[in-house]
Write a protein that binds this ligand. Sequence first.
Ligand SMILES: [Zn+2]
Length: 738
Amino acid sequence: MKRYDHRLPFAVLLLATCTGGGTFCGLAQGADAPPPTQPVPVAPATPETPPFGPSNPFFAPSTLPFQAPPFDRIKDEDFQPAIEAGIAADLAEMRAIADDPAPPTFANTFVAMEMSGRLLTRALRTFRAVTGANTDPVLQQAEATLAPELAAHRDAIYLNPKLFARVAAVYQKRRSLNLDPESLRLVEQTYLEFVHAGANLTAEDKAKLSEINKEQSKLSNTFSTRLLAATKNAAFRTDNQDSLAGLSPAQLAAAGEAAKGRGVAGYVIPLQNTTQQPVLASLTARSSRETIFKNSWDRAEHGDANDTRDTIARIAQLRAQRAALLGFPNYAAWELQDQMAKTPEAALKFMSDLVPLATAKALSEQQELQAAVDADHAGFTLAAWDWELYAEKVRQQKYDLDQAQVKPYFELGNVLENGVFYAAHELYGISFKERHDIPVYQPDVRVFEVTDTNGKPLALFYCDYFKRDNKNGGAWMSNLVGGSKLLDTLPVVYNVANFQKPAAGEPALISFEDVTTMFHEFGHALHGMFADTVYPSLAGAQTPRDFVEFPSQFNEHWALYPQVFKHYAHHYQTGAPMPDALVAKIKRAKNFGEGYGLTETLAAAELDMQWHTLPASAPLQNPDDFEKQALANVHMDLAAVPPRYRSSYFAHIWGNGYAAGYYAYLWTQMLDDDAYQWFDDHGGLTRANGERFRRMILSRGNTEDLEKLYIAWRGKPPTVEAMMKYRELKPAPGAVTH
Ligand SMILES: [Zn+2]
């Protein structure tokens, strides 16, 4: 991860991109700011900004318990001057380190850098929390002004040759310094991040890199702009209500509203980002389904001003050239060096192990759906545009899971205290007590003090679960204060979600999917709360993207663990436990559609990795030919199960900082199942098992090589075997798996 993660608060966003029953997250990092090597113009200072002084609540560290932000005193107008003063102070501290006349040492360089930027950190973390969960026009304006200033600030540090010379000098002699393992890791990670950003290139190569970055940054922007327009233009429009048969009255009304919003008559179905469109699960007119699907598939390939194909081919080429300049065979090799997988070969091997399992499961689902088509005497072979409709039919026939029946057993407050907290108490021995004296940024936010097994304070936990108009979509976790022994701080962690808020006086009854989201985000929270590290930049959830979703997805497993489930799934009125038949339905429905979801995600991840393992010497690609060949190469060219994103509209990799990183979603699924298997083999939910997991994984942050860290705990490298078991994947006859 980039060094500045501990200052640019790291929020873990739940993308609205679930496949199967799983909960997918993405990192905000990279989405909200350009990577450090991209040149960003420095914005002029804003004269309207009030001066920064002792009356600003960020001026001094908070005197509240756990240094919690004094939300009762913070006004919107306080953020920008505090953050700008924080940037100036941090820059001065970094310059002082770079210009230190004393020879570089671990203490006067690395520890000094870790100690710097305190004001910036406390103002920015609080700012990110409120802009994500409770924004308004003043905060949005401050965000727009601060984004380029923060990007320029990162560059000023990473590309400071004097600072890098000191970092490199200590790095070269690190083995002879007798450093403890965490300090050694800090030296290696920090050095890697500078190098990753191009700090050790010659001036001439830095100029070349800068040119490449400029062009790529411009093209990424072109891609995003074109894709947005292309997606809008590819919406399905009709005057004929019959072609929308199957839609619910609410869906139909929304389509009518969408048409009005565009100033056209009839109905409009706008496209979502993914290949499959949610509306295809309801539409009974096959020709409408086919048209909508094809609109989606070809959205950015019409040879017009919004065609993205030339743009992505050039981006791929530029990335390969950038990697070559930095001394790597391809872009993925450069991007993966600080990830758990480390090399594209490791990620590709993992994916090729998974391909036969995922596709076999998808094909068996396809047979099941074809049987439903035949039972309808529909007289066609199931195509990609029929999948969602028939999956929904089979789902209803087989599982018949009625939300109205389920939700009364999941009252939010009860799920939190008797489910989420209970599981953490049983595993890790920690206790929770609500605090009403800690100020919050919005009245729905609740605060709990978390106490460790020895009775000592461990962390503060905020939760903000209800949907609001001024809150970003999805769910995420981040820190208001990072845990660090060096800074003598304990973690202050928060979870945000978007559950439906009940009317005043009514209970908040949520779905099992929401329950899973609570366990998921709390898994990230535990990673943050158990941080037992010296250096702030290595603490808690600040781990690479192919590791960070592991603790969260792992924690989801406890939601259905019998002892935990029995403890929280009680009817909110009668207190009766959920009937066994209903529990069985929830369990059976969990893996429905896993084959399709896994296969479409895997196909997209394969495309991503193949684009980014092209060498710099490769010619400019024709995206259609490349894509066809890439999928055929790995036996993923299934007509009825297309990739979740096609190359020409794969925003994660061309516009949003997930290049050579889409595999991480699947990699962390492997880790969470593999880890749960260990618990399964060792008696499940016990204090001893929890303690060991906390000590060897959750408390360790990024203080050790993550592969070594994992193997030390697990006793072996992770494999896909447990994933096969829990997701009911079986190899096709004759297939080789590990
Ligand atoms: Zn997550």
